[in-house]
Design a binder for this molecule. Structure first.
Ligand code: ADP
Length: 400
């Protein structure tokens, strides 16, 4: 069975074609600048086929999907003979609200329910919906499945997802913590149980997904019980350019003082804050590590703020679960930055966390970086959201 995994953004579309026999990636790629001019990079992962990396006209997502199918089936760049070999499409959808606690086969009723979730994620869900419609247009009746960033967190208890504002805002407007990166947290939690040779049902895990966006998740018995992102992906840890948790009084103060509109203010909090805003150097941790090592104090401060915040979340989630068996590091920073892992674990001695420096110097591979006497296992696990989407899609269409 071959499954096309799609992650559609407002002007981009990432894809992977996965052969589920052996869970092998056949090709992957990225359409960019959709609606502006257009560029496609298509990379076959089989021998004898060429990479395509050129500007091509992509006025809408439909042309982007058509271009992807064209490359996937072409003689020079292709990995399948025809579109009929693609059994299903799995879509990443950012927000499933309270309507979706697991992945679903897409039909008209699901599309209507997804439209209803759009106000909750006005920047992301419309693009995901556009991706689904484009596939329907180009691929006809091929089954499509939606896999949600929020679904894994629907197991959070009310005390974890309720904000202390008038309750009617939850009842009327669904204002609550939803959490994101659920597909990634679910994947690494599953791998952690396998690495530890333990039943997921008996494990208390804390997963640190740290990339351009970052979130931490408490997973008790295989279920998300709390997570650092909230109603939107703006809260929790400071991120590359997002502020993370913030006293909401600051918003009123700055808007009044500088005559900012709410759009200006949100733009600052989303795009000019985080470690980029603090350091004035970059949102990329590689740049921050380099600047800090050359004596840039604000780069060092930005890293300190990030590490301290991450450690506080891990500590509070250990309290929330009354213990922790393993802390997992994943995504761009979690998988690659030994300095960040060491700095966060440096705060966690009270939990019995102890890092093996030599193992921690490895990058981008699945590894237990704790010392044998560490009371908590410290695991680096490269995430694989596309594989989770493909597996869910396979399971759902096999049952349909
Ligand atoms: P996204 O959230 O967009 O999926 P990623 O998970 O790919 O992002 O993470 C990207 C980030 O990972 C980069 O901005 C950078 O901060 C960080 N990163 C990647 N490689 C390294 C590295 N070798 N050392 C430190 N940080 C890294």
């Amino acid at each position: 069975m071959k499954i096309l995994v799609i992650n559609a953004g407002s002007s981009s579309l990432k894809y992977q074609l996965i052969d589920m026999d052996g869970e092998r990636i056949l090709a992957k790629g990225l359409c960019e600048r959709i609606g502006l001019d257009g560029h496609l990079k298509h990379t076959p992962v089989v021998e004898g086929k060429s990479v395509f990396d050129e500007d091509i006209k992509l006025p809408t997502h439909s042309e982007a999907i058509a271009a992807v199918i064209d490359k996937l089936t072409s003689k020079e760049y292709g990995v399948v003979d025809s579109m009929s070999e693609i059994d299903a499409v799995g879509h990443r959808v950012v927000h499933g609200g309270e309507a979706f606690a697991c992945s679903v086969l897409i039909n008209d009723a699901v599309m209507d329910a997804l439209e209803e979730c759009t106000p909750l994620a006005p920047l992301h869900n419309p693009a995901n919906l556009t991706g689904i419609r484009a596939c329907t247009k180009v691929m006809g009746s091929v089954p499509q499945v939606a896999v949600f960033d929020t679904a894994f967190h629907q197991t959070m208890p009310k005390k974890a997802f309720t904000y202390a504002i008038p309750y009617e805002y939850y009842e009327k407007d669904k204002i609550r913590r939803y959490g994101f990166h659920g597909t990634s947290h679910r994947y690494v939690a599953g791998r952690a149980a396998e690495m530890l040779g333990r039943d997921p049902g008996e494990l208390k895990l804390i997963s640190c997904h740290m990339g351009n966006g970052s979130s931490i998740c408490a997973i008790n018995g295989g279920k998300s019980v709390d997570t650092s992102m909230g109603f939107t992906p703006l809260c929790g840890l400071p991120m590359g350019t997002r502020c993370g948790d913030l006293d909401s009084g600051i918003i009123q103060f700055l808007m009044n003082k500088y005559g900012l509109s709410i759009d200006d203010m949100m733009n600052t909090l989303n795009k000019k804050s985080g470690v980029s805003g603090v350091s004035g150097v970059s949102s990329d941790f590689r740049d921050l590590d380099e600047a800090a090592s050359k004596g840039n104090n604000r780069a060092a401060l930005a890293l300190d703020v990030f590490h301290y915040s991450a450690a506080k979340f891990v500590g509070s989630y250990a309290a929330a679960m009354n213990g922790v068996d393993a802390v997992i590091f994943t995504a761009g920073i979690g998988e690659n930055s030994k300095a960040t892992r060491a700095a966060i674990c440096g705060y966690l001695g009270f939990l019995g966390c102890s890092v093996d420096d030599e193992k921690n110097s490895k990058r981008g591979e699945e590894i237990d970086i704790s010392t044998p006497d560490s009371r908590v296992r410290l695991l680096v696990i490269p995430t694989n959201e596309e594989l989770v989407i493909a597996r869910d899609t396979k399971e759902i269409i096999s049952k349909a």
